[in-house]
Design a protein around this ligand. Sequence first.
Ligand code: GLP
Length: 261
Amino acid sequence: MEVIIKANMKHAAELVAQLVADQIHKKPKSSMGLATGNTMEAVYDELVKKYQNGALDFSAIHTFNLDEYIGLPEDSVHSYRSYMNRFLFDRVNISKENTHLPMGCAADLKAECQRYENLIKKYPIDVQLLGIGRTGHIGFNEPLSSLMSRTRDKSLTPQTIEQNIGLFGDQKDLMPQRALTMGVGTILEARQIILLATGSSKAEIIAKALEGPVTSMVTASALQLHPHCVVVLDEAAAANLQGTEYYRWIYENEPDWAPYR
Ligand code: GLP
């Protein structure tokens, strides 16, 4: 794992967007794992800017989102499908039929999870973007999720419901309490993982996930097992880490990071 600490949220998002852009340049038919949440909005804005400047072509990529709420029709303004359309898909030259999310309103949720897993097997994910929830979840893998889990339905914790209720205009009755999510095992099969976390509200959970023990109580801690994981933070999210001096030294001195410094 490599931990990169940028001065602020904007610079952190710019770095993540650059890493995504470089992957698409290197392999125009990349399979990209995408995430939702407030943190990702700045990354998608940066990617859209690159597209508008003619520096990025999304036409051949496939995308796989981590999760979707159960029971919301795709065209609900609150669905993650709508989020993705709004922040990225409607703003770039991506083929919509190549954009995939689990369907939270499928009649047979088990079959839907299997369909999603099969599709990911067909287009193995090159780079998976992740945010982190305050419970330490990646996707919607709440505490006690098996670290080998596959795509399935999960009940959300009260803390996650509280964290995400803003997207539902604070109306609790509108917000589903369950979601379909890629499993931790599914996520760990991506060739590369990039986790972005910004702001002081993430400082405590980031320290647990990166420097604490690997535990299903903090599913992001399973990223310690991944051979190619980059964590991009701003100063506020990095505030509780012990090893920052070393992480900064690596970023300043590793030749691989020279183009990004
Ligand atoms: C949701 C998503 C997660 C994401 C998290 C972070 O819970 N299911 O995949 O990491 O939001 O949200 P935010 O960026 O708004 O803090």
